[in-house]
Ligand binder design. Structure first.
Ligand SMILES: Cc1cc2nc3c(=O)[nH]c(=O)nc-3n(C[C@H](O)[C@H](O)[C@H](O)COP(=O)(O)O)c2cc1C
Length: 229
């Protein structure tokens, strides 16, 4: 499965079977985690066979998203600045899509988990931005509602957009964002310089979302076709 296919197939999955993730796949995921941490000074950690973070008793379970059977998850930790938040999104989504190519399901989780002591090593200054549930889903999830890509492109940039840019936008709108808020906007300058910005949100997570969306855009557009502003 290619990463473009993984983008089309990935949907948030909140209920998991008891089928364990095979040790070879765990090793592939751990290698990807190490690579991500080295690339961006993050402290992502893969936690396996740990059911407590998603056990019931958390108020938010009844408010937003009900999870079942989660025993494997990524703790998405790193510094608290905006660039690190974006890196959390970008690097985390690369692992999510890798997991999808391995036949695994996933869900980014900002609220509906509990921090379990002893399973995670925190560096000074680290903040846990969110976690990502991983495993074999009971279902493959459902496609979120899609809005037209024009609503994510800066108004003055609509004319004469190259195919690679439109392919990038098609991949971007399939990206997971917190409560599907999709608070982002793209524009194109000088033929091949792309800017991606956050839009205002009361909910937050816009910089993590932006990193996720930029990961999708790069895969859809082809990184060789453009540079980021
Ligand atoms: C940063 C972030 C935080 C999220 N937090 C939660 C959460 O706390 N609970 C939950 O059920 N889903 C959470 N989600 C999943 C979103 O609700 C989901 O990605 C969105 O509705 C789009 O659906 P899709 O992922 O199936 O495309 C989160 C997603 C992101 C990107």
């Amino acid at each position: 499965m290619t990463l473009k296919e993984a983008i089309l197939l990935r949907h948030s999955v909140r209920r998991y079977t008891e089928v364990p993730i095979e040790s070879e796949k765990i090793e592939i995921l751990r290698a990807a985690v190490n690579k991500a941490n080295e690339a961006s000074n993050l402290n992502i950690q893969l936690v396996t066979n740990e059911p407590k973070a998603f056990s019931t008793g958390n108020f938010f379970h009844f408010e937003y998203g009900y999870f079942r059977g989660v025993r494997n998850y990524l703790v998405m930790a790193g510094p608290a600045d905006k660039a690190s938040k974006e890196a959390i999104g970008y690097e985390g989504e690369k692992i999510v899509l890798l997991a999808q190519t391995l036949g695994l399901n996933s869900c980014w989780v900002g609220l509906t988990y509990r921090e379990v002591s002893g399973v995670f090593r925190r560096r000074p200054g680290d903040r846990i931005h969110c976690v990502i549930a991983l495993g074999y889903g009971e279902t493959q999830g459902v496609q979120h509602n899609l809005r037209p890509i024009e609503s994510f492109i800066a108004a003055d940039a609509h004319l004469h957009l190259p195919d690679w840019f439109l392919e990038g936008m098609k991949a971007a709108v399939l990206a997971p964002t917190a409560v599907n808020q999709q608070k982002f906007c793209f524009s194109l300058e000088n033929g091949n310089v792309v800017e991606a910005r956050t839009r205002f949100s009361l909910i937050g997570y816009t910089h993590v979302d932006l990193g996720i969306v930029k990961c999708h855009f790069e895969i859809g557009a082809g990184a060789e076709n453009f540079s980021w502003k």
